[in-house]
Design a protein around this ligand. Structure first.
Ligand code: C2E
Ligand code: MG
Ligand code: MG
Length: 812
């Protein structure tokens, strides 16, 4: 077919083609076109030459056109593409095929607009409608003014809005207020040919349904006004109520989380895997006093560096954190101490999202106050409140530790058990606060007597203990004991009075692994033995002491039931008129026929019985026996000659609520005349609880029973102090009687007698052993006396004998 047509003929042929044909140069400038092209674009060829072909392409299709231009180079024929071009009567869709011709490209444009219209007008329309009507998102077509031209049935289903009603109305009628405005706004930006913002737009609005309810939606608007096949804005409406709810939930949760984090007392910091801070709360900033520039750096490392300058152990602090960042899965807990005294607990755990670790969350708690409280509680639990010394529990622990820490066979420790000699009297006569004053001072002196590595403790009451650790020789521990005795021997001022705080000390030595309990018990035993020897001394524990203690235990267990077994007997010692020697009364004094040890005196078992309720059993027994035997003597010698009876009451008995009742019962059972009974009590019994004692004595006195104060002068109470108790008789202790022949002793007994008489009390001198004493007492006006001079305590038979003899002598 080479050169079969002349050039002019060819030109005519090309002009006659129904498709537009144009020639563009490499810059896409128009160099030539046929008649159909002139027709399509509605302009003469002359006026078009030199224009850039891309100017005729729809802005949205320029990209496609350029790609096609490039790809056609080097090919024989390009791939047909569809694009929109600006024709004389608006946008036309054309199919474009390009062919390179030298440096130019020949383009054939086939107008598809009519064909598309035809396609749509055919059965395609029906199909399109069906799809559109039933598509899930309601779809609308709007004209360039935003007026609805058609809508899908889905709209009615979703909003209950009538399709016919809506058509011809603006889309914004579906919404109210700001939402309607938002629709107007977005539509105003969608005009033909204006696709600066892109073809598609989205807007979130709440639409109103026909029944007044509302629905959160997202409108998707596609500007197809320029698309000749549609020529409309296509709006599809997506129900986003679920998404909106979910978003609302997330916002709610986030705000709750943020509020919680800010309200919590803990500082919180979240860091991602690359060490960038992803979150923190106010408390965190406050707690670490974090400067703004460090916070703004969002660098966990910068924050750590800042903090490390204020902690006691910065290295540990840094390395611990670094180790955790190296092991993202690890959880941790540690405590950081600050130079300023604060203590902060640091916890950290991985932050996970869908099971994947994405970072680490740190929480910080200021536990300074808690720690201080703990320390305080710990101190309270291990120290004596009054003296501040270690308490028994801490002392035990210290002895344990000392015993465990000794390694050499020759290592020794010593436990000193210290008990004051007369604390009870001070406490009873001067009151608790005086007693406390004394204990505090004793504690201070004890502390001064030991080295810092030793421990001084108060075990309770007036019992103290000292742990002496590691000493060269036994003599050293004994030296401590001596030092203590001499320190306590120095006068102490208590309640304005100067006195000494003499003590007895027991020492027990222990080697490595010694039992703490044994050490303390042995030291206590040694102290008891020292006490028995007298005041103000120390004693070292030896094995025999333990045996003695065991014996005492045996005695105590035997004593129980001794009364019932008839082992307790009552002896009587007469109280006589000093002047005439006539028997006025009998003091009942208990004795124990021990099955193995023979006859035991009260001192050998009464103190033991006083440690428990055994004393009640014994006391009642003696009272019963004494009353019964007194009854027999009355019958024997007659009412006029019958002496009255005194029975001793132990301090502990006085505390017993049932005492008065028991006395009444015994009086009744033995048919005893209460006026013939006197009960003897000691000062210490009155001073333990003076108010209660006064009440109890009044009750006893109401029974018609007389009361005597025994061993007067051994306590610290003054006579005027005793005035408030209903006492009938004062028994002056033997130690005064012993001195009655010396000038001071004489005037003392004289003064006591005078005062007692003034207060309306009778006076009995105890322990009169010599005629000279008797005479001196008689001269002082002390009318009654008791002692070996007149008679020793006698058993019941001997007493009967004595009474009978006395009666016979006087009636003679
Ligand atoms: P007390 O009540 O002061 O009894 C007087 C004590 O002095 C008696 O000792 C008596 O034997 C002793 N005594 C009497 N005259 C002389 C004397 O001239 N020289 C010397 N050196 N001593 C003399 P006893 O019987 O050993 O009783 C001692 C203490 O035991 C009593 O002292 C009393 O406090 C207590 N006691 C005795 N029997 C009972 C009892 O049944 N119940 C209670 N709770 N205590 C009792
Ligand atoms: Mg007595
Ligand atoms: Mg006495």
């Amino acid at each position: 077919m080479e050169q079969a047509w002349a050039a002019s003929e060819l030109g005519e042929l090309v002009d006659a083609l129904p498709d537009a044909v144009i020639l563009v140069d490499s810059e896409a400038n128009l160099t030539w076109g046929n008649q159909a092209a002139a027709h399509l674009f509605g302009r003469t060829l002359e006026s078009s030459i030199g224009l850039n072909a891309l100017e005729f392409v729809h802005p949205d299709d320029v990209g496609v056109a350029l790609t096609s231009l490039e790809s056609v180079v080097g090919k024989k024929v390009g791939t047909p593409i569809e694009l929109r071009v600006r024709a004389a009567d608006g946008w036309h869709t054309v199919e474009l095929v390009g062919t390179p011709v030298g440096d130019s490209i020949l383009m054939v444009l086939r107008d598809l607009t009519e064909r598309r219209r035809w396609e749509l007008a055919g059965d395609h329309t029906e199909r399109f409608r069906v799809i559109l009507q039933n598509a899930a998102p309601p779809t609308l077509l709007l004209d360039a003014n935003g007026t609805v031209t058609s809508s899908s049935a889905a709209l009615t289903r979703a909003f209950g809005v009538d399709q016919e009603w809506l058509e011809g109305r603006p889309l914004s009628v579906l919404a109210k207020g700001a939402d309607a405005q938002a629709i107007e706004d977005v539509l105003s930006q969608m005009s033909p040919g204006d696709t600066r913002e892109g073809l598609r737009r989205h807007v979130d609005v709440t639409l109103t349904c026909a029944d007044g309810s509302s629905l959160a939606t997202q409108l998707e608007l596609a500007n197809l006004l320029d698309d000749p096949t549609v020529e409309a804005i296509v709006v599809s409406i997506h129900d986003v109520s679920r998404r909106a709810r979910a978003e609302e939930d997330v916002r709610h949760t986030n705000s709750l989380l943020a509020a919680t984090l800010d309200a919590t007392a803990e500082g919180v910091l979240a860091v991602n895997l690359s060490g960038a801070v992803t979150g923190y709360n106010e408390r965190f900033v406050e707690m670490w006093n974090m400067p703004p520039d460090v916070i703004d750096s969002h660098s966990a490392l910068a924050m750590r560096n800042h903090v490390s300058r204020h902690v006691i152990d910065p290295e540990a602090f840094m390395s611990k954190a670094a180790a955790l960042y190296d092991n993202p899965e690890q959880e941790s807990h540690d405590v950081i101490e600050f130079l300023d005294g604060r203590v902060i607990e640091r916890d950290s755990r991985p932050q996970r999202l869908d099971g994947r670790t994405i970072g680490r969350v740190w929480s910080f708690r200021d536990v300074t106050a808690k720690r201080a409280l703990q320390a305080e509680l710990e101190h309270q639990a291990t120290h004596d409140e009054l003296t501040g010394l270690a308490n028994r529990a801490l002392f035990r622990r210290r002895v344990d530790e000392a015993a465990q820490s000794m390694t050499l066979p020759e290592d020794r420790l010593a436990v000193l058990f210290v008990e004051l000699d007369s604390f009870k009297t001070v406490n009873d006569s001067l009151g608790h606060s005086a007693g406390n004053e004394m204990l505090v001072e004793v504690a201070r002196r004890l502390r001064d007597c030991v080295r810092t590595q030793d421990t001084v403790a108060r075990l309770g009451g007036d019992e103290f203990a000292v742990l002496v650790r590691r000493f060269a020789e036994r003599a050293d521990a004994e030296e401590v004991a001596r030092r203590i005795l001499s320190a306590l021997g120095e006068p102490i001022t208590v309640a304005g009075r100067s006195m000494s705080a003499d003590a007895c000390i027991g020492i027990a030595y222990g080697a490595a692994q010694a039992s703490t309990e044994d050490l303390i018990r042995n030291a206590e035993l040694a102290m008891y033995v020292a006490k028995q020897e007298g005041r103000n001394r120390f004693m070292t524990y030896v094995e025999e002491m333990h045996d003695e203690a065991v014996r005492r235990l045996e005695v105590a267990s035997r004593l129980r039931g001794a009364a019932a077994r008839g082992e307790l007997v009552v002896h009587y010692q007469p109280v006589v008129e000093t002047h005439t020697g006539a028997i006025r009364s009998l003091e009942a004094l208990v004795r124990w026929h021990h099955p193995e040890q023979g006859l035991l005196l009260p001192l050998q078992f009464i103190p033991l019985a006083e440690e428990s309720d055994l004393i009640d059993e014994i006391g009642e027994h003696v009272l019963e026996v004494a009353c019964a035997e007194a009854g027999q003597w009355q019958e024997m010698v007659g009412e006029d000659w019958a002496p009255s009876v005194s029975v001793n009451l132990a301090p502990r008995q006085l505390l017993d609520d049932r005492l008065t009742h028991r006395i009444a019962e015994i009086l009744h059972a033995t048919n005893m005349n209460p006026a013939r009974l006197t009960l003897e009590i000691t000062e210490s019994a009155l001073m333990q609880d003076p108010v209660m004692a006064a009440r109890r004595l009044a009750q006893i006195r109401n029974l018609g029973v007389a009361l005597a104060l025994d061993d007067f002068g051994t306590g610290h109470s003054s006579l005027s102090h005793l005035q408030k108790f209903p006492l009938d008789t004062l028994k002056v202790d033997r130690q005064f009687v012993d001195e009655v022949e010396t000038p001071t002793g004489n005037s003392l007994v004289g003064a006591i007698t005078q005062l007692a008489h003034t207060l309306g009390m009778g006076v009995v001198a105890e322990g009169v052993e010599t005629e000279d004493q008797r005479y001196a007492l008689e001269m002082l006006g002390c009318d009654l006396a008791q002692g070996y001079l007149f008679a020793r305590p006698l058993n019941a038979d001997q007493t009967s004998e004595l009474l009978r003899g006395a009666r016979a002598a006087s009636t003679g």
